[in-house]
Design a protein around this ligand. Structure first.
Ligand SMILES: Nc1ncnc2c1ncn2[C@@H]1O[C@H](COP(=O)(O)OP(=O)(O)OP(=O)(O)O)[C@@H](O)[C@H]1O
Ligand SMILES: [Mg+2]
Length: 278
């Protein structure tokens, strides 16, 4: 397979953070440890792991925000850090980020409309920014859009703010969105609505999604609803399993996956029902 078939490829990526401890000591954290991952167009990848597993670091490497200590992060077969000019612009446009915390990701001094129109003007100067901003708000379920355009972030709920963050990530017409725990700070009753929004977005455009979560049951819902994709289980910076979610849940190879399954009552119930043929 040619490596430029991947939109993004992580090749043997390590990210090590070295911190000083006391006067002479140092501590090395292996946030990512020999990670290999290929992301194609139309891919859906759920990255699951507990706190500190390296999920955000993996997202940041994909975005070009964190340089690997060793190994390569490639965009269409080229090292992200070697990209210049138009190629770099294409990378920046193609890969977007929905950050973990919608409270700090939006500018409190700008209205929703302004936060959306700025990136639209940057990436699509020919389109009418206001019309496109309203279109994006509608896409993420904030209707009527005119109601939200003049609102400031503090006037919105956490869920609405997160929808604005998703809309903003779409402003450049990306090919891949990396969403870092996009529903963690949202009421559990609203989470499925968010999953549906992501799925609708992927069906409308040939968007790929890397969906980071600590919740294996939520990852399963996303993958089953989207009808494609795979799960990647991350533990201490290493990918310990990768593949079809039902297969991995039914037949976990790594002890850690069993721990994640045990932490998800819905999954345990599903497995029990399957065993009993319900
Ligand atoms: N800039 C940094 N400097 C030092 N250590 C860091 C830095 N960023 C991350 N780490 C460490 O790397 C490891 C992985 O962190 P990361 O934020 O990627 O985990 P995560 O899976 O996203 O966790 P969470 O679910 O809590 O968001 C952690 O041990 C973290 O403390
Ligand atoms: Mg994180």
């Amino acid at each position: 397979m040619r490596s430029d078939e991947y939109l993004i490829e992580l090749r043997d990526v390590c990210v090590y953070f070295t911190e000083r401890v006391g006067l002479f000591g140092k501590r090395v954290t292996k946030a990512l440890d020999h990670v290999n991952l290929g992301i194609r167009d139309n891919d859906v990848i759920a990255v699951v792991g507990e706190s500190g597993a390296g999920k955000t670091t993996m997202g940041r490497v994909i975005l070009g925000l964190q340089r690997p200590t060793s190994g390569l992060a490639l965009f269409k077969g080229k090292d992200i850090y070697s990209l210049r000019g138009r190629e770099f612009e294409e990378f920046r446009r193609s890969v977007q980020w929905v950050p973990q915390d919608p409270y700090s990701s939006l500018d409190p001094s700008l209205t929703v409309g302004e936060q959306l129109m700025a990136p639209i003007r940057r990436w699509n100067p020919k389109v009418n920014a206001e019309t496109r901003a309203e279109e994006l708000l509608r896409l993420v379920g904030l209707v009527p859009p005119s109601f939200y355009m003049n609102k400031y972030p503090h006037q919105l709920s956490g869920g609405q703010r997160q929808r604005v963050a998703i809309a903003r990530s779409l402003a450049s017409n990306p090919r891949l969105i990396v969403a870092d725990e996009p529903v963690t700070m949202i009421d559990s009753s609203l989470r499925i609505g968010f999953i549906n929004t992501f799925i609708e977005l992927m069906h409308r455009s040939s968007l790929s999604l890397v969906f980071i979560t600590h919740d294996l049951a939520l990852a399963r819902i996303l993958l089953l609803k989207s009808g494609r994709g795979r799960v990647v289980i991350l533990r201490n910076g290493r990918i310990v399993e990768e593949g079809d979610i039902n297969e991995i849940i039914s037949n976990p190879k790594d002890e850690y996956t069993k721990v994640l399954i045990n932490a998800a009552p819905d999954l345990k119930r599903w497995l029990k029902n399957r065993e009993e043929g319900v």
